[in-house]
Design a protein around this ligand. Structure first.
Ligand code: NAD
Ligand code: WQD
Length: 342
């Protein structure tokens, strides 16, 4: 198939592109590079041995999207492009709605115009309400806690409504848990922000000396050791999940939401301890107050992914952390050369 990958220069998209190319698909990437670097593209090509057709454009630029669909015969779309920083979304709600919901609408309108109605959408575990207890099932009521989360709930609703109105749509919304890790080559991975929001990139930057200390948000939760619990999933497992979803799109009519996770919870302290074993050095941390809006524990029920997609995660926590550390050591400043950081 020829697949249009929006946000394909980003963290999860870049890993998915490698997996899709290795599975034999032709890939067109559209990305405005607002949270990524074009330097990832030759690295993806080196891993897959195949060329990428790259278009630098914004999803809200309808004419640019129409030009892509006119130029390439697109069979299906994988839609990763979105802004994702939860805190930023609280401060810049309109920007997030415009980018994530507006961008999705613009994409859908162009897809309809060109009769391309097969879509895999990047949703998130952030759509689940925090009052519920794990494991989280796809049928649970959705209740986001922040504007970013609302953009995912709204996008899912739009997709559901479109699929209900027009039986030609085939849509799978994949609700990722907490993606971590990197390609085992260490050449592509998560180009973290200077001060990351998420746990693992923060831990990695403390381990390599770029940040002095990790604050562990909350040590008094009712969990195995008092710290938060999450369902961390290897980004390569996610990439493979996307390939499975693409394979299944043709036979799955309408809209389907599917969790992608391991189905197991890991505590923040467990992750730190395992990371220390992997990098063979201590990671300085201190217990700090709980972070606003955090859920104590999250892990997903992953049976639907097995039933519908015949997919399950294969890589364990140690492998996630080994791959993340290899990437961090080889690319201490992501895709930016180290000298440009001085
Ligand atoms: P990322 O920021 O690394 O990648 C997103 C990519 O989209 C970037 O390359 C960015 O430049 C591009 N982009 C953003 N807005 C765009 C626009 N309007 N037009 C064109 N390109 C645009 O993020 P990621 O971690 O790879 O996330 C990919 C998707 O998965 C997102 O939809 C995100 O919400 C979702 N998701 C991520 C996580 C996570 O923890 N990383 C968890 C659940 C869901
Ligand atoms: C994990 C655990 C923190 C940083 C977020 C988004 C979610 C999804 C995935 C996109 C929690 C603790 C963290 C730190 C810490 N993204 N922590 N110190 O909050 O589960 O989910 O990323 O869809 O939408 O909300 O991930 O990595 O931020 O936190 O103690 O410096 O690590 O409190 O318990 P989260 P996270």
């Amino acid at each position: 198939m020829r697949v249009l990958v929006t946000g394909g220069a980003g963290y999860i998209g870049s890993h998915a592109v490698v997996a899709l190319q290795q599975a034999g698909h032709e890939i067109v990437v559209v990305d405005n590079l607002c949270h990524s670097s074009a330097a990832v593209l030759p690295r993806i090509e080196a891993l897959s041995g195949k060329k990428i057709d790259f278009v630098a454009a914004d999803l809200n630029d309808k004419f640019a999207l129409e030009r892509i669909f006119s130029r390439f015969d697109i069979d299906a779309v994988m839609h990763f492009a979105a802004l994702k920083a939860v805190n930023e979304s609280r401060a810049q709600a309109a920007r997030f709605y415009h980018n994530n919901v507006g961008g999705t609408l613009c994409l859908l309108e162009v897809m309809e115009k060109f009769h391309c109605k097969r879509l895999v959408f990047s949703s998130s575990a952030v759509v689940y309400g925090i009052e519920q207890s794990p494991p989280f099932f796809e049928h649970m009521p959705l209740k986001a806690q922040n504007p970013y989360g609302h953009t995912k709930v709204m996008s899912e609703q739009i997709l559901k409504d479109m699929a209900a109105a027009d039986g030609e749509w085939h849509v799978i919304a994949l609700r990722y848990c907490n993606p971590i890790g990197a390609h085992p080559s260490g050449t592509i991975g998560e180009a973290a922000d200077t001060v990351p929001n998420n746990l693992l990139p923060y831990v990695a930057k403390v381990a390599c000396g770029q940040l002095p200390l990790l604050k562990v948000f909350g040590g008094d939760y009712e969990t195995v050791d008092g710290t938060g619990v999450r369902d961390f999933v290897h980004v390569m497992d996610l990439a493979e999940g996307h390939c499975r979803a693409l394979d299944k799109l043709a036979e799955l009519e309408g809209f389907h939401a599917v969790n992608l996770g391991t189905g197991k919870g890991v505590s923040v302290l467990e992750l730190i301890t395992t990371f220390e074993q992997v990098c063979q050095r201590p990671v300085a941390y201190q217990i700090a107050p709980r972070r606003e809006g955090d859920i104590p524990a999250f892990w997903a029920d992953v049976q639907l992914a097995e039933q519908l997609l015949q997919w399950r995660s294969k890589r364990d926590l140690r492998q996630m952390l080994e791959d993340a550390w290899r990437w961090q050591c080889a690319n201490p400043y992501g895709y930016m050369p180290a000298e440009s950081k001085n």
